[in-house]
Design a protein around this ligand. Structure first.
Ligand code: PEP
Length: 257
């Protein structure tokens, strides 16, 4: 992770309403402050449900809390007759910096194809958002094709037509490791993350590959984060379950290599 600011991202999924979000963000902020967390060295991002975003934005702004904000998804379209969808321009207006795209739960429960993920990546970039592009293999994929073939293929499609100077984040999330308590080993994560970096180099060039942060996600906890962060091609973590527990998420942010 030479010269790349580590990113610890908390995907809340469908948890915490806007009132619970206020209490959570304040508690996390104070926990990190008490421990003298150096916010320069690690970037912290939270991804609340859409209905929380305005409230969390106001709180971050009012209390000068240095967490980045992100959406958990966005529409591939900019506006119009798409009932229930959220445009990237709405997220950008709320000072969201990031948006998660192609999370395995979207791919599984909402049948999002690689092409939809690519269209959403373009939508994010059109509105100045940094797409956090999620890729990863299921346990069946792992058995049939090994660990890297599916995530590499998914990323190749997502990066189609992306400019070489685009600001993107990639998250390698083996589906079998998400919410299962069975994380990949640091070696496994490194192997796939290195291959994903090679895809970025191939599609966007060497500079982009050197600059782009690649996260590992899947049952990250305070007890295993350091091992991942020691790997040269792992630049942070996308955290689900453990991002909802203040002390646990704070300990992940304060990992020591
Ligand atoms: C996720 O959903 O992105 C995730 C990594 O979940 P968990 O940390 O709970 O495995």
């Amino acid at each position: 992770a030479v010269n790349r600011t580590p990113l610890i991202a908390g995907n809340w999924k469908m948890n915490l309403d806007h009132l619970q979000a206020v209490a959570f963000v304040q508690k996390l902020h104070w926990t990190l402050k008490e421990a003298k967390h150096e916010s320069e060295s690690v970037e912290v991002a939270v991804f609340p449900p859409f209905t929380d975003l305005r409230t969390v934005q106001t709180l971050l702004d009012a209390d000068k809390i240095d967490f980045a904000l992100g959406g958990q998804d966005l529409s591939a379209h900019d506006s119009g007759a798409y009932t229930g969808e959220i445009s990237g321009q709405f997220l950008a207006k709320l000072d969201a910096r990031y948006v998660i795209i192609g999370h395995s739960e979207r791919r599984q429960f909402h049948h999002e194809s690689d092409e939809v993920v690519a269209a959403k990546t373009q939508a994010a970039l059109r509105h100045g958002l940094v797409p956090v592009i999620c890729v990863g293999e299921t346990s069946e994929d792992l058995e049939k094709f090994g660990a890297s073939a599916v995530p590499v293929g998914q990323l190749e499609v997502a990066l189609e037509g992306v400019a070489s100077d685009a600001d993107i984040v990639v998250a390698y999330e083996p589906v079998w490791a998400i919410g299962s308590g069975q994380a990949a080993t640091p070696d496994q994560a490194q192997e796939v993350c290195a291959k994903l970096r090679a895809v970025v180099a191939d599609k966007l060039g060497a500079d982009a590959a050197a600059r782009t942060r690649i996260l590992y996600g899947g049952s990250v906890k305070s007890g295993n984060i350091a091992g991942f962060m020691r790997e040269p091609d792992v630049d942070g973590a996308l955290v689900g379950g453990a991002s909802l527990v203040v002390d646990e998420f704070a300990a992940i942010i304060r990992y020591q290599k």
